[in-house]
Write a protein that binds this ligand. Structure first.
Ligand code: KIV
Length: 275
């Protein structure tokens, strides 16, 4: 699967199924279950390292996990997150770090932010690095955003996100990932830009969907010390392992395959998973 094939898929109206992945075993399993894109997300700071957020994740961590994922798949497209502090300072820094991820096996890098990142995106794209822009709720800015909050609720912030998505598309990114924005805004962006959108908490109208693997399996219950029963999953999460158990087919592979099917046939996400 390459970028052109994924973009053609979106143009033809087939939804793109993306899932986070951090190692070779899950890469192989996810590929067999039909996942199109594996995202080596810096969510690994939370789900693998047990941190409160993604801010402690390093380039070394991302290179290690990108290599592991690349070793487990032949056909999936791999996107790796540029961690906090690895691209914001200047364009050259971003390029050198992006190259490390590409050398480790990524086909594309993902970075967070809109207007302030346009020059960096230009710089990377001109040098042959493909980029995904992450807009809406951007986890690396969790402190500035005042916590895990839906973005783009006011007319002004919705306009800003639409403007950022357009600027990123014009700067040459391959995908725009939209996290925790109103479904109506995600629909408007998807209809207005020329490249596919991938949603998480962004409604059903994006060109594709992404979930964190541990959320899909219902096994992430917050940081150490937090009682699982006190942990509340975000609205956009669906536990596909529980659903496949209810269908009598409980297995991790069946759960991932059920996610892919639900994305492709548009039964996930629904209004209940959207804002
Ligand atoms: O790091 C990650 O897993 C992500 C997803 C939440 C989209 O960026």
């Amino acid at each position: 699967m390459n970028l052109v094939e994924l973009q053609q898929m979106a143009t033809a109206g087939e939804k793109i199924a993306m899932l986070t992945c951090y190692d070779a075993t899950f890469a192989k399993l996810s590929e067999a279950a039909g996942v199109d894109i594996l995202l080596v997300g810096d969510s690994l700071g939370m789900v693998l390292q047990g941190a409160e957020n993604t801010l402690q994740v390093t380039m070394q961590d991302m290179v290690y996990h990108t290599k592991a994922v690349a070793a487990g798949t032949i056909n999936c497209f791999i996107i790796s997150d540029m961690p906090y502090g690895s691209y914001e300072h200047n364009e050259k820094q971003a390029y050198e770090n992006a190259l490390q991820l590409i050398d480790a096996g990524a086909h594309m890098v993902k970075l967070e932010g809109g207007g302030s990142m346009v020059n960096t995106v230009h710089y990377l794209v001109e040098r042959g690095i493909t980029v995904c822009a992450h807009l809406g709720f951007t986890p690396q800015s969790v402190q500035q955003l005042g916590g895990y909050r839906i973005q783009g609720k006011t007319d002004e912030s919705a306009r800003q996100i639409l403007q950022d998505a357009t600027a990123m598309s014009e700067a040459g990114v391959g995908f725009v990932l939209l996290e925790m924005v109103p479904a109506s805004l995600a629909k408007q962006i998807t209809e207005n830009i020329k490249i596919p959108t991938i949603g998480i908490g962004a409604g059903v109208d994006c060109s594709g969907q992404v979930l964190v693997l541990q959320d899909l399996l219902g096994i992430y219950t917050g940081v150490a010390g937090k009682k699982p029963r006190d942990f509340k999953s975000p609205r956009f999460v669906r536990n596909f392992l529980k659903d496949s158990a209810n269908n009598g087919t409980a297995s991790i592979q069946a759960a991932v395959a059920a996610y892919v099917t639900a994305v492709k046939n548009k039964s996930f996400p629904t209004i209940e998973h959207s804002y």
